[in-house]
Design a protein around this ligand. Structure first.
Ligand code: ADP
Ligand code: ASP
Ligand code: MG
Length: 401
C-alpha cells in the first residue's frame, strides 16, 4: 500500500461543495489502495479576513496573538473536511499542527519547522483513517502556536510527505499546474508538464505564488515527488522533480513580485566598512536584502541602493535613519512603487543573449529598468510597479509565445 499526501488550498475548500469535492478526490485515492494524509488551508479568504479583524482591534498586534488567531482558519477547514469524509463513509480524523507533531522554532508568523514527530499520524493511519492535518502551523518551545508564513500549508504538506516517505505529494489548487506565467495575468501562458526543483524554486521565490518557496526547498532536499494539479478537473498536473526530460525550453517562466521596496542610502563616505555597517543593521533586524547597487555619487561619496521585502521597508528606513549619523550618510529614503520582474530557466546557463533579448523587449515596450540582478538561471529587473503587468506580458511574448 502506498502513502500519498494531498494538500487542498483555500480555494479548494472554500465552501460546502468544494469540501465535498475534496472529500471525493481523497476517496478516489483511497479506493486505489493508498493511505492518505491530507493537509488543508483555511477556507477561501479566511486568513485575510482574520488579519483584517486583528486590524480592527489594533494596528500593532503581537505576533504571538496573530498566530493564535490565524491558526484557527485551518482548524475550521480540517474539521469540516473530516466530517465530510465521515459523511461519505470514509473514516477520518482531523489533527491540529501540534497534534500532528509539528515543532517549530520560536519565530511567530514565519516559523520554520524544526521537527516533525509523526507518531500520531502513523497511529491514525494504522487505524485505517484518513488523517486531515491543519496546514501552516505548529508549536514552538514555549508550547505556543506558531504559523509558517503566508502560503505555508504547502510546506506542511511537503514536510509530512518527506517524513513519511510518501510516494507523492499532490498540491490541489485552482489552476491545473505550473504555467509559464500567472495564467490570470497572461492569457496565453502555457502549462508545463514538468519543471525542475531549481527552476520551481526560482519561480516561487520570484513571485509565482502557486507553490510556497520553502515547500520547494524542502521537496528538493528530501526528493519528494511533487505534483501541482487542479481540484476541479481530473487531469494530471505539473510534476516538480530533480531532472526533467523536456529538452529545448530555454526559459520556463516569467514572474512578477510587487512585494519589494527600494531603499536609497545616499552620499555615504567612500571608505572601507560603509556597506558592512548598513547591511549588518539589516541583518540585525532579520531583513533579507536582495538586489544591491553601489554607485559613485559625489567625490569621496557613494550611494548604496538595495531592495528589501515591502513589509520590512519601514523598519529598514527607521533603523538606518537612526544610525545615519554614525556612518555619515546624507539621507535615507524608500520607494515602494516598484516591482521585480524575472525570467527563469536553467537553459540560460548554456545560452548567451538572453539578457539582451530581455532588455530589448522591455525597451520596445518603453519600460525603464532601474536595477538588474542575475543568477545562473534567472535574470531579474526592477521597474515601476505600474508597468509590471505589461512587462510580464512583453517578456512572455519575447521568450515563450
Ligand atoms: P491555493 O489557495 O490553492 O494555495 P494560491 O492562490 O496560493 O492557491 O496559488 C494559486 C494561484 O497562483 C493561481 O490561482 C494563479 O493565479 C497563481 N499563479 C501565479 N503564478 C503562477 C504560475 N506560474 N503558474 C500557475 N499559477 C500561478
Ligand atoms: N491560510 C494560510 C494563508 O492564506 C496558509 C496557506 O493557505 O497556505 O497564507
Ligand atoms: Mg498557496
Amino acid at each position: 500500500m502506498a502513502l500519498i499526501v494531498l494538500k487542498f488550498g483555500g480555494s479548494s475548500v472554500k465552501d460546502r461543495e468544494h469540501i465535498f469535492n475534496a472529500a471525493r478526490i481523497i476517496g478516489r485515492w483511497r479506493n486505489e489502495g493508498n493511505d492518505v494524509v491530507t493537509v488543508v488551508s483555511a477556507q477561501g479568504d479566511t486568513t485575510d479576513d482574520l488579519i483584517e479583524k486583528a486590524g480592527e482591534i489594533t494596528h500593532d498586534p503581537s505576533k504571538r496573538e496573530m498566530d493564535m488567531l490565524l491558526s484557527t482558519g485551518e482548524q475550521i477547514s480540517a474539521a469540516l473536511l473530516a466530517m465530510a469524509l465521515e459523511t461519505l463513509g470514509c473514516p477520518a480524523i482531523s489533527l491540529t499542527g501540534r497534534q500532528a507533531g509539528f515543532q517549530t522554532d520560536r519565530t511567530y508568523m514565519s516559523a520554520r519547522i524544526r521537527m516533525l514527530d509523526t507518531e500520531r499520524i502513523e497511529s491514525e493511519l494504522s487505524r485505517n483513517r484518513v488523517v486531515v492535518v491543519t496546514g501552516f502551523q505548529g508549536v514552538n518551545q514555549y508550547d505556543d502556536i506558531t504559523t509558517l508564513g503566508r502560503g505555508g500549508s504547502d510546506t506542511s504538506a511537503v514536510a509530512i510527505a518527506a517524513a513519511l516517505h510518501a510516494e507523492r505529494c499532490c498540491i490541489y489548487t485552482d489552476v491545473d499546474g505550473v504555467y509559464t506565467a500567472d495564467p490570470r495575468l497572461v492569457p496565453n501562458a502555457r502549462r508545463l508538464d514538468e519543471i525542475t526543483f531549481d527552476e520551481m524554486l526560482e519561480l516561487a521565490t520570484l513571485g509565482a505564488q502557486v507553490l510556497n518557496s520553502r515547500s520547494v526547498e524542502l521537496a528538493k532536499k528530501y526528493s519528494v515527488c511533487l505534483e501541482v494539479r487542479s481540484s476541479l478537473t481530473d487531469k494530471p498536473g505539473t510534476i516538480v522533480k530533480e531532472v526533467t526530460d523536456v529538452e529545448g525550453m530555454l526559459i520556463k517562466g516569467v514572474t512578477k513580485d510587487k512585494n519589494v521596496a527600494v531603499i536609497n542610502v545616499l552620499e555615504v563616505p567612500d571608505v572601507p566598512g560603509a556597506s558592512f555597517k548598513i547591511f549588518s543593521l539589516m541583518a540585525q533586524k532579520n531583513i533579507n536584502v536582495d538586489v544591491i547597487l553601489q554607485s559613485s555619487g559625489k567625490p569621496d561619496c557613494k550611494d548604496v541602493i538595495f531592495t528589501v521585502p515591502e513589509p520590512d521597508a519601514d523598519t529598514a528606513v527607521s533603523v538606518l535613519t537612526e544610525y545615519l549619523p554614525r556612518f555619515g550618510g546624507r539621507s535615507v529614503s524608500v520607494d515602494k512603487n516598484v516591482a521585480k520582474v524575472s525570467v527563469v530557466g536553467a537553459g540560460m546557463q548554456s545560452h548567451s543573449g538572453i539578457a539582451s533579448r530581455m532588455f530589448e523587449a522591455l525597451y520596445e515596450s518603453n519600460i525603464n529598468i532601474r536595477m538588474i540582478s542575475t543568477s545562473e538561471i534567472k535574470i531579474s529587473v526592477l521597474i515601476a510597479e505600474s508597468e509590471a503587468d505589461r512587462a510580464v506580458q512583453a517578456l512572455h511574448d519575447a521568450f515563450l509565445s
